[in-house]
Design a protein around this ligand. Structure first.
Ligand code: NAD
Length: 485
């Protein structure tokens, strides 16, 4: 009997009413380990009503008192790091070390949100007109919803939750139906930290649950991360229902290796960008841009490193790369490999040949590398979200920038160079939100925003820390006062 993932409402785990609809797999074993139900309208409305009720008291709780609870949560997350990481590896497939990295990024957001005492400060002017004082105060808004993707089960809900609650709001988290177990476990720690009842609640489900959340009038804002078509849908539906929405979306990241780059020093970093997290990362390198002068050397080193990666079950110590999330996703990535072959790219390394003897039913794919790719091929244009690298030779630096900017996406891009000139020009001219200089995964640390442009982001205010995120979770009141003696 496979168990159903529970919601977390009213400070306790609650069995969902509906039957399980979505299967949760251990992707390394290819086995179903749990099921997720869609939440009913009653369940969704009830959770939001409770969150609204909790908001009145929580928003009146002094900011330092809210922060104290975040410090407790930070400690609990550290204390339970191994258990959480194991759950993540077993439901997602990434390696144990990658799962710990996922959680560490989550914890850093708890730490960053602890600056809310400063971030919530307003401004004031005494005697701005004769006898008149004027003051701006930041106020929380109410109940926010967080809708997250499968690939970072702990980090992504934490891009939003700690800030939202530190600033006095309450939240409903709707994790991915493919990786719901990590947040299910973490909810127990949120409660143990003493965060009051219904300030943070967990509702599971998929599209139907998302629609019910977007249709509920009491939800004031939605923080979404996922694929571009769904991000657009959530953005349009949410904003037309009067909510503020921030929506991170898909990516196709170009990595440019200039002829003057320190190749030996950076090759492992470049490999990590393409094949870390099995390529299921919105910051993953996908297109590798080289030049006539360095192409052969880059390709040799890239291939050699990629061949050395061990694919397997992420809980085993020497494994570098886990499986993909689902059989269907594996088949989709394989269809991209077939399209690369039929469009005339040269397959240098074929990940389909990988066999993980111990786990024959796992959704494994090895690192795959295409050379002689041109920018109009499907593999160079569309997000693959798997361990597939496409190598394109650029004529010169100008051409490299043109290639990068031809993408419909603008999540991230990196340049490897020793030249300050190229690095500065790259930053200025490339239309991507997160830019790496000699760094292949341009992941902003928690107190910077997680940027993203073009079809990689919808909205105005980006996820994660930074002063601007305070604006998403607060509104402004301006008070103009005159006192008579
Ligand atoms: P997804 O779009 O399938 O799902 C994201 C969330 O939306 C899930 O909670 C899911 O339940 C819900 N959902 C799915 N279909 C829906 C629908 N039709 N209507 C309403 N809600 C729906 O994304 P995913 O496959 O879980 O995640 C991978 C994608 O997320 C990739 O495209 C990746 O690039 C992107 N991503 C982006 C960022 C970023 O910061 N820009 C970060 C991580 C992942």
């Amino acid at each position: 009997m496979v168990r159903k993932i529970r919601n977390f409402i009213g400070n306790e785990y609650v069995e969902p009413r509906n039957e399980g609809k979505y299967e949760v797999f251990n992707p390394a074993f290819g086995e179903v380990i749990a099921k997720v139900s869609e939440s009913t309208k009653e369940e969704v409305d009830n959770a939001i009503d409770l969150a609204q009720e909790a908001f009145f008291k929580w928003s009146e709780t002094p900011v330092p008192d809210r922060i104290k609870l975040l410090f407790k949560l930070q400690n609990l997350l550290y204390d339970h790091m191994d258990e959480i990481a194991e759950i993540t590896t077993n439901e997602h497939g990434k390696t144990f070390e990658e799962s710990k990295g996922d959680l560490i990024r989550a914890i850093q957001n708890v730490e960053s949100a602890s600056a809310a005492t400063y971030h919530s400060m307003g401004v004031s002017n005494k005697n701005i007109a004769n006898g008149i004082d004027e003051e701006l105060i930041k106020v929380p808004l109410g109940v926010f919803a967080i809708i997250s993707p499968f690939n970072f089960p702990s980090m992504i809900p934490f891009w939003f939750m700690p800030y939202a609650i530190a600033l006095g709001n309450t939240v409903i988290i709707k994790p991915s139906e493919r990786t719901p177990m990590t947040m299910e476990y973490i909810m127990g720690l949120i409660s143990k930290a003493g965060i009051p009842k219904n300030v943070v609640q967990l509702l599971n489900g998929g599209k139907e649950t998302v629609d019910l959340i977007l249709e509920n009038k009491k939800i004031v804002g939605v923080s979404f991360v996922g694929s571009t078509p769904v991000a657009k849908y959530v953005y349009n539906k949410g904003t037309s229902n009067g909510k503020r929405v921030q929506a991170g979306a898909s990516a196709k990241n170009f990595i440019v290796v200039m002829p003057d780059a320190d190749l030996d020093g950076s090759i492992k970093n470049i490999i990590g960008s393409f094949f870390g997290n099995a390529g299921e990362r919105c910051l993953a390198g996908s297109v590798l841009v080289t030049f006539e002068e360095n192409h052969d050397e880059v390709v040799d080193k890239f291939l050699k490193e990629a061949r050395g990666l061990k694919v397997g079950y992420g809980m085993e110590k020497d494994v570098d790369m886990g499986p993909l999330i689902r059989k269907e996703h594996l088949m989709r990535v394989i269809s991209y490999i077939e399209s690369g072959e039929s469009e005339g790219a040269r397959l240098l390394l074929d990940g389909r040949k990988i066999k993980v003897e111990k786990y024959p039913n796992g959704f494994f794919l090895g690192p795959t590398i295409f050379d002689d790719v041109s920018i109009d091929m499907k593999i160079a244009k569309e997000e693959i979200f798997g361990p597939v690298a496409s190598i394109i030779k650029a004529e010169n630096f100008e051409h490299a920038i043109e290639l990068v900017n031809s993408s419909q996406y603008g999540n991230a891009s990196s340049i490897y160079t020793r030249s300050g000139y190229y690095a500065r020009e790259y930053v200025k001219r490339v239309n991507a939100g997160n830019i790496g200089i000699n760094i292949g995964v341009a992941a902003p640390i928690a107190f910077y925003p997680f940027a993203g442009m073009k079809n990689s982001f919808f909205g105005e205010i980006h996820p994660q820390g930074g002063f601007e995120h305070v604006d998403f979770f607060t509104d402004r009141k301006v008070v103009i006062g005159k006192w008579y003696s």
